[in-house]
Design a binder for this molecule. Structure first.
Ligand code: SF4
Length: 269
Protein backbone atom coordinates (compact mmCIF):
# COMPACT_ATOMS: atom_id res chain seq x y z
CA UNK A 1 0.00 0.00 0.00
CA UNK A 2 1.34 3.38 -0.94
CA UNK A 3 1.90 5.74 1.99
CA UNK A 4 0.29 7.76 3.41
CA UNK A 5 -2.62 5.36 3.64
CA UNK A 6 -5.82 5.61 5.64
CA UNK A 7 -9.07 3.69 6.09
CA UNK A 8 -12.66 4.27 5.08
CA UNK A 9 -15.84 2.25 5.22
CA UNK A 10 -18.41 1.92 2.46
CA UNK A 11 -20.73 -0.68 4.01
CA UNK A 12 -22.01 -2.06 7.26
CA UNK A 13 -22.90 -5.72 7.78
CA UNK A 14 -22.07 -9.05 6.18
CA UNK A 15 -24.35 -11.77 4.79
CA UNK A 16 -21.87 -14.47 5.85
CA UNK A 17 -22.68 -17.08 8.48
CA UNK A 18 -19.22 -17.94 9.79
CA UNK A 19 -19.65 -19.52 13.22
CA UNK A 20 -16.62 -17.77 14.70
CA UNK A 21 -18.03 -14.36 13.77
CA UNK A 22 -21.81 -14.42 13.57
CA UNK A 23 -24.18 -13.39 14.97
CA UNK A 24 -21.88 -10.61 16.25
CA UNK A 25 -21.96 -8.69 12.96
CA UNK A 26 -25.74 -9.10 12.72
CA UNK A 27 -26.18 -8.02 16.37
CA UNK A 28 -24.12 -4.91 15.67
CA UNK A 29 -25.31 -3.94 12.20
CA UNK A 30 -28.59 -5.77 11.58
CA UNK A 31 -29.59 -8.45 9.12
CA UNK A 32 -28.92 -6.53 5.94
CA UNK A 33 -25.84 -5.05 4.34
CA UNK A 34 -26.15 -1.28 4.09
CA UNK A 35 -24.07 0.45 1.44
CA UNK A 36 -23.17 4.11 1.01
CA UNK A 37 -23.69 5.44 -2.47
CA UNK A 38 -20.58 4.92 -4.64
CA UNK A 39 -20.62 8.69 -5.38
CA UNK A 40 -20.49 9.46 -1.68
CA UNK A 41 -17.52 7.09 -1.24
CA UNK A 42 -15.84 8.67 -4.26
CA UNK A 43 -16.25 12.13 -2.72
CA UNK A 44 -14.58 10.95 0.49
CA UNK A 45 -11.73 9.33 -1.46
CA UNK A 46 -11.15 12.53 -3.44
CA UNK A 47 -11.25 14.56 -0.22
CA UNK A 48 -8.63 12.30 1.40
CA UNK A 49 -6.46 12.52 -1.72
CA UNK A 50 -6.73 16.27 -2.28
CA UNK A 51 -6.83 17.61 1.28
CA UNK A 52 -4.65 15.09 3.14
CA UNK A 53 -2.45 13.87 0.26
CA UNK A 54 -3.48 10.29 0.99
CA UNK A 55 -1.89 7.93 -1.54
CA UNK A 56 -4.05 4.83 -0.91
CA UNK A 57 -7.04 3.69 1.14
CA UNK A 58 -7.78 0.49 2.98
CA UNK A 59 -11.51 -0.28 3.04
CA UNK A 60 -12.20 -1.45 6.59
CA UNK A 61 -15.50 -3.12 5.64
CA UNK A 62 -15.87 -6.68 6.92
CA UNK A 63 -16.57 -7.77 3.37
CA UNK A 64 -16.97 -5.49 0.37
CA UNK A 65 -19.85 -6.88 -1.76
CA UNK A 66 -18.01 -7.09 -5.07
CA UNK A 67 -19.62 -8.74 -8.07
CA UNK A 68 -22.89 -6.89 -7.48
CA UNK A 69 -24.37 -3.89 -9.29
CA UNK A 70 -23.33 -1.74 -6.34
CA UNK A 71 -19.83 -3.30 -6.39
CA UNK A 72 -19.44 -2.51 -10.09
CA UNK A 73 -20.53 1.09 -9.49
CA UNK A 74 -18.04 1.35 -6.63
CA UNK A 75 -15.26 0.19 -8.98
CA UNK A 76 -16.20 2.94 -11.44
CA UNK A 77 -16.29 5.51 -8.63
CA UNK A 78 -12.86 4.52 -7.29
CA UNK A 79 -11.43 4.55 -10.79
CA UNK A 80 -12.63 8.15 -11.15
CA UNK A 81 -11.15 8.99 -7.74
CA UNK A 82 -7.81 7.60 -9.00
CA UNK A 83 -6.77 6.32 -5.60
CA UNK A 84 -5.37 2.80 -5.08
CA UNK A 85 -7.61 0.85 -2.71
CA UNK A 86 -7.47 -2.36 -0.70
CA UNK A 87 -10.41 -4.50 0.36
CA UNK A 88 -11.50 -7.53 2.35
CA UNK A 89 -13.92 -9.72 0.48
CA UNK A 90 -15.36 -13.20 0.26
CA UNK A 91 -13.97 -15.75 -2.19
CA UNK A 92 -17.44 -16.75 -3.37
CA UNK A 93 -17.95 -13.29 -4.83
CA UNK A 94 -14.86 -13.57 -7.04
CA UNK A 95 -15.01 -14.43 -10.75
CA UNK A 96 -12.50 -13.57 -13.50
CA UNK A 97 -14.61 -10.58 -14.78
CA UNK A 98 -14.95 -9.26 -11.22
CA UNK A 99 -11.18 -9.51 -10.73
CA UNK A 100 -10.58 -7.62 -13.97
CA UNK A 101 -12.94 -4.82 -12.89
CA UNK A 102 -11.27 -4.62 -9.48
CA UNK A 103 -7.78 -4.47 -10.97
CA UNK A 104 -8.71 -1.80 -13.53
CA UNK A 105 -10.36 0.30 -10.84
CA UNK A 106 -7.15 0.43 -8.79
CA UNK A 107 -7.58 -2.36 -6.24
CA UNK A 108 -4.01 -3.09 -5.17
CA UNK A 109 -4.59 -5.57 -2.35
CA UNK A 110 -7.26 -8.07 -1.36
CA UNK A 111 -7.55 -9.97 1.88
CA UNK A 112 -9.47 -13.23 1.81
CA UNK A 113 -10.39 -15.07 4.98
CA UNK A 114 -9.86 -18.45 3.36
CA UNK A 115 -9.50 -20.08 6.79
CA UNK A 116 -8.83 -23.62 5.54
CA UNK A 117 -8.04 -25.80 2.55
CA UNK A 118 -10.27 -28.56 3.87
CA UNK A 119 -13.90 -28.67 2.72
CA UNK A 120 -14.84 -30.44 5.95
CA UNK A 121 -13.47 -27.59 8.09
CA UNK A 122 -14.91 -24.89 5.82
CA UNK A 123 -18.31 -26.50 6.25
CA UNK A 124 -17.89 -26.77 9.98
CA UNK A 125 -16.93 -23.09 10.18
CA UNK A 126 -20.00 -22.11 8.16
CA UNK A 127 -17.86 -20.40 5.52
CA UNK A 128 -20.28 -21.05 2.63
CA UNK A 129 -17.21 -21.45 0.43
CA UNK A 130 -15.25 -24.39 -0.85
CA UNK A 131 -11.56 -25.20 -1.17
CA UNK A 132 -11.93 -24.81 -4.94
CA UNK A 133 -13.45 -21.33 -4.54
CA UNK A 134 -10.54 -20.42 -2.26
CA UNK A 135 -8.04 -21.72 -4.82
CA UNK A 136 -9.65 -20.03 -7.75
CA UNK A 137 -10.01 -16.64 -6.00
CA UNK A 138 -6.40 -16.64 -4.81
CA UNK A 139 -5.02 -17.59 -8.23
CA UNK A 140 -7.15 -15.25 -10.31
CA UNK A 141 -6.29 -12.26 -8.11
CA UNK A 142 -2.61 -13.12 -8.13
CA UNK A 143 -2.64 -13.44 -11.93
CA UNK A 144 -4.12 -9.96 -12.19
CA UNK A 145 -1.24 -8.44 -10.22
CA UNK A 146 -3.28 -7.63 -7.12
CA UNK A 147 -1.45 -8.30 -3.84
CA UNK A 148 -3.23 -11.27 -2.30
CA UNK A 149 -3.31 -11.73 1.45
CA UNK A 150 -4.72 -15.00 2.78
CA UNK A 151 -5.94 -15.33 6.34
CA UNK A 152 -5.98 -18.88 7.70
CA UNK A 153 -7.35 -20.43 10.90
CA UNK A 154 -5.83 -23.52 12.50
CA UNK A 155 -6.95 -25.53 15.52
CA UNK A 156 -10.64 -25.41 14.57
CA UNK A 157 -13.03 -27.87 16.24
CA UNK A 158 -12.64 -31.34 14.76
CA UNK A 159 -9.54 -30.40 12.74
CA UNK A 160 -7.24 -33.32 11.94
CA UNK A 161 -3.72 -33.48 10.58
CA UNK A 162 -5.22 -34.34 7.19
CA UNK A 163 -7.17 -31.03 7.27
CA UNK A 164 -3.97 -29.14 8.07
CA UNK A 165 -2.22 -30.89 5.17
CA UNK A 166 -5.06 -29.76 2.88
CA UNK A 167 -4.55 -26.15 3.98
CA UNK A 168 -0.79 -26.38 3.57
CA UNK A 169 -1.23 -27.88 0.12
CA UNK A 170 -3.63 -25.10 -0.90
CA UNK A 171 -1.13 -22.45 0.20
CA UNK A 172 1.71 -24.22 -1.62
CA UNK A 173 -0.39 -24.37 -4.79
CA UNK A 174 -1.51 -20.76 -4.70
CA UNK A 175 1.45 -18.95 -3.03
CA UNK A 176 -0.35 -15.84 -1.76
CA UNK A 177 1.77 -12.69 -1.45
CA UNK A 178 1.26 -12.69 2.30
CA UNK A 179 -0.33 -15.02 4.81
CA UNK A 180 -1.77 -14.65 8.30
CA UNK A 181 -2.25 -17.80 10.42
CA UNK A 182 -4.45 -17.52 13.50
CA UNK A 183 -5.44 -20.08 16.11
CA UNK A 184 -9.20 -20.51 16.14
CA UNK A 185 -10.59 -18.84 19.26
CA UNK A 186 -14.16 -18.50 20.42
CA UNK A 187 -14.96 -14.79 20.25
CA UNK A 188 -17.60 -13.87 22.84
CA UNK A 189 -20.96 -13.42 21.16
CA UNK A 190 -20.20 -15.87 18.35
CA UNK A 191 -21.88 -19.20 17.73
CA UNK A 192 -18.50 -20.84 18.25
CA UNK A 193 -18.31 -19.28 21.70
CA UNK A 194 -21.70 -20.76 22.57
CA UNK A 195 -20.73 -24.21 21.33
CA UNK A 196 -17.31 -24.02 22.92
CA UNK A 197 -18.75 -22.72 26.20
CA UNK A 198 -21.08 -25.67 26.50
CA UNK A 199 -18.37 -28.16 25.64
CA UNK A 200 -15.79 -26.71 28.00
CA UNK A 201 -18.03 -25.81 30.93
CA UNK A 202 -16.37 -26.57 34.22
CA UNK A 203 -12.76 -25.96 33.18
CA UNK A 204 -10.79 -23.58 35.39
CA UNK A 205 -7.74 -23.05 33.16
CA UNK A 206 -8.84 -19.63 31.94
CA UNK A 207 -6.52 -16.63 31.76
CA UNK A 208 -6.76 -12.92 32.32
CA UNK A 209 -6.36 -11.82 28.75
CA UNK A 210 -9.41 -13.84 27.78
CA UNK A 211 -11.44 -12.33 30.60
CA UNK A 212 -10.40 -8.87 29.37
CA UNK A 213 -11.44 -9.75 25.85
CA UNK A 214 -14.79 -10.94 27.10
CA UNK A 215 -15.37 -7.77 29.07
CA UNK A 216 -14.52 -5.59 26.10
CA UNK A 217 -16.76 -7.57 23.78
CA UNK A 218 -19.56 -7.71 26.35
CA UNK A 219 -19.43 -3.91 26.71
CA UNK A 220 -19.56 -3.47 22.94
CA UNK A 221 -22.51 -5.81 22.59
CA UNK A 222 -24.42 -4.39 25.51
CA UNK A 223 -24.20 -7.69 27.43
CA UNK A 224 -23.85 -7.70 31.21
CA UNK A 225 -20.04 -7.90 31.69
CA UNK A 226 -20.43 -9.73 35.03
CA UNK A 227 -22.35 -12.54 33.41
CA UNK A 228 -19.84 -12.74 30.58
CA UNK A 229 -16.94 -12.75 33.00
CA UNK A 230 -18.44 -15.68 34.87
CA UNK A 231 -18.69 -17.50 31.57
CA UNK A 232 -15.11 -16.57 30.71
CA UNK A 233 -13.96 -17.85 34.07
CA UNK A 234 -14.86 -21.34 32.88
CA UNK A 235 -12.82 -21.17 29.70
CA UNK A 236 -9.41 -20.28 28.40
CA UNK A 237 -7.91 -18.68 25.34
CA UNK A 238 -5.14 -21.26 25.72
CA UNK A 239 -7.51 -24.16 25.44
CA UNK A 240 -7.36 -25.56 21.92
CA UNK A 241 -10.65 -26.28 20.20
CA UNK A 242 -9.25 -29.29 18.37
CA UNK A 243 -7.65 -32.42 19.73
CA UNK A 244 -4.26 -31.92 18.06
CA UNK A 245 -1.20 -31.06 20.17
CA UNK A 246 -0.14 -27.42 20.24
CA UNK A 247 3.43 -28.09 19.05
CA UNK A 248 2.10 -29.83 15.94
CA UNK A 249 -0.13 -26.84 15.21
CA UNK A 250 2.81 -24.50 15.77
CA UNK A 251 4.95 -26.40 13.26
CA UNK A 252 2.16 -26.26 10.66
CA UNK A 253 1.75 -22.57 11.38
CA UNK A 254 5.40 -21.90 10.53
CA UNK A 255 5.20 -24.05 7.39
CA UNK A 256 2.08 -22.23 6.23
CA UNK A 257 3.61 -18.80 6.82
CA UNK A 258 6.57 -19.87 4.73
CA UNK A 259 4.30 -20.49 1.75
CA UNK A 260 3.96 -16.74 1.27
CA UNK A 261 5.93 -15.22 -1.58
CA UNK A 262 7.64 -13.04 1.02
CA UNK A 263 7.67 -15.18 4.17
CA UNK A 264 7.38 -12.99 7.27
CA UNK A 265 9.75 -15.21 9.27
CA UNK A 266 11.10 -18.72 9.35
CA UNK A 267 11.62 -19.24 13.09
CA UNK A 268 9.30 -20.49 15.79
CA UNK A 269 5.99 -18.74 16.36
S1 SF4 B 1 -17.34 -13.31 5.89
FE1 SF4 B 1 -16.10 -12.30 7.47
S2 SF4 B 1 -17.39 -10.68 8.34
FE2 SF4 B 1 -18.72 -12.08 7.19
S3 SF4 B 1 -19.50 -13.53 8.70
FE3 SF4 B 1 -17.67 -14.45 7.80
S4 SF4 B 1 -15.94 -13.81 9.10
FE4 SF4 B 1 -17.72 -12.51 9.60
Amino acid sequence: MEEPCTTLMATRGCPGRCVFCQPIIRDLFGNTVRCRSPENVEAEARYLRDIYSVASVQFADDSVPVGTEWGDALCEAMKRAALPWAINCRVNSITPPVVRRLAVSGVCKILFGIESGSDAILKRLGKQATREQNRSALLSCRDSGIHVRASVMIGSPGETEHDLECTLDLLQQTRPDSIIVNFTKPTPGSRLFRQFGNRRAGRDDWNESFAKLVNTAAGGLGIDPHKMQKLAARHSSDVLLCELPRDLLESYRVEMLNCACNPPFSGAA
